[in-house]
Design a protein around this ligand. Structure first.
Ligand code: AVI
Length: 310
């Protein structure tokens, strides 16, 4: 991503009505560190539930995978520490596995390789750094059947129809006998969901505010972050969790030489974290053109790892 695109997206978003920013820009070094804190918050149940499935339902998942060898391609792999449970179980079940983690950050891919070297010595790891909209092309011509992993409920951060478009895009790189393995946060009691995005310690607020700090640093902005508050909402009908920053006062802010005006209580829409029912997932699978699906949930049915077969 160039500074140009960042600048264009930020200005376009802040000059729109309603104003909006894009959560993909949360993850500079500071934002990534705050996200690690979110992952450890007691209210943020997602990683714990997904890990439970990868630890305790992994044999059921592998039983659905008929081939002896697979390339396991992970989109936005990060450090791969959760994926190691799956890879370990695949190896124990005598599958021949090549692990291909894709991530925008070469640094995190080095950490990923090191974790795999320690936990699963002998595993063949072929990391590819870059935007997965680009790097996916590099894996499409392989002969070996593929499992493409997209974990962590990252699909929830795609706005509306873009989630389906993305799944279709991924499918266009897949062939018969390949599987898409999607980690998805499910609809549940609205208070449980809301608490995960509105923690009393204010870590999620810092995560959102950090984007204003980033704009100040990188785009010569002068946001006074104390003049913004964080507000999260969950709509139990649509399943959309939305995060906003609310301007507490009427104010003018300069970004990249442009003046932006905020009315009192004007909101900037920062992020969507969509929640799905298993029925929603069946519909998505069908609309994306996969043959069938299997859902593996944790003991509280908070989260699903869903397997879609091409
Ligand atoms: C990365 N993504 C799946 C997280 C989510 O739950 O939507 C990002 C996040 N935003 C606030 N808390 C966590």
């Amino acid at each position: 991503m160039t500074t140009d695109t960042f600048e264009k997206d930020i200005l376009k978003g802040l000059q729109s009505n309603p104003k909006r920013l894009f959560s993909k820009y949360f993850y500079d070094d500071k934002g990534s560190a705050i996200f690690q804190q979110i992952m450890h918050m007691p209210e943020y149940y997602l990683p714990g539930c997904e890990t439970e499935i990868l630890q305790h339902r992994v044999k059921d998942i592998i039983n659905k995978l008929p081939q002896a060898s697979y390339d396991v391609v992970e989109l936005g792999a990060g450090d791969g520490s959760k994926t190691a449970f799956f890879l370990d179980a695949m190896i124990r079940e005598k599958k021949k596995v090549t692990y291909i983690p894709l991530d925008i950050s070469p640094e995190i891919l080095s950490v990923n390789e090191e974790i795999m070297r320690q936990k699963l010595p002998g595993l063949c790891v072929k990391p590819i750094a870059g935007d997965y909209f680009e790097t996916l092309k590099n894996i499409s011509s392989r002969e070996i059947p593929k499992i493409i992993l997209f974990l962590g409920s990252n699909i929830g951060n795609f706005e509306g129809k873009k989630a389906l478009d993305f799944i279709r895009f991924v499918k266009s790189f897949m062939g018969k006998g390949d599987y898409f393995m999607l980690g998805v946060d499910l609809k549940k009691h609205p208070r449980t969901i809301l608490a995960a995005y509105d923690d009393p310690a204010g870590i999620t607020k810092r995560f959102n505010i950090n984007l204003l700090d980033r704009i100040n640093r990188e785009l010569n902005g002068n946001f006074n972050t104390a003049d913004f508050d964080h507000y999260a909402s969950y709509d139990p009908i649509s399943g959309a969790t939305k995060s906003y920053l609310i301007s507490k006062v009427e104010q003018k802010v300069r970004v990249s030489g442009h003046t932006l005006t905020f009315s009192p209580y004007e909101a900037i829409h920062m992020e969507i974290s969509q929640k799905y029912s298993l029925h929603d997932l069946d519909r998505i699978r069908e609309n994306a053109g996969f043959k069938n699906d299997h859902h593996f949930t944790d003991s509280k049915s908070y989260f699903s790892i869903s397997l879609f077969e091409v």
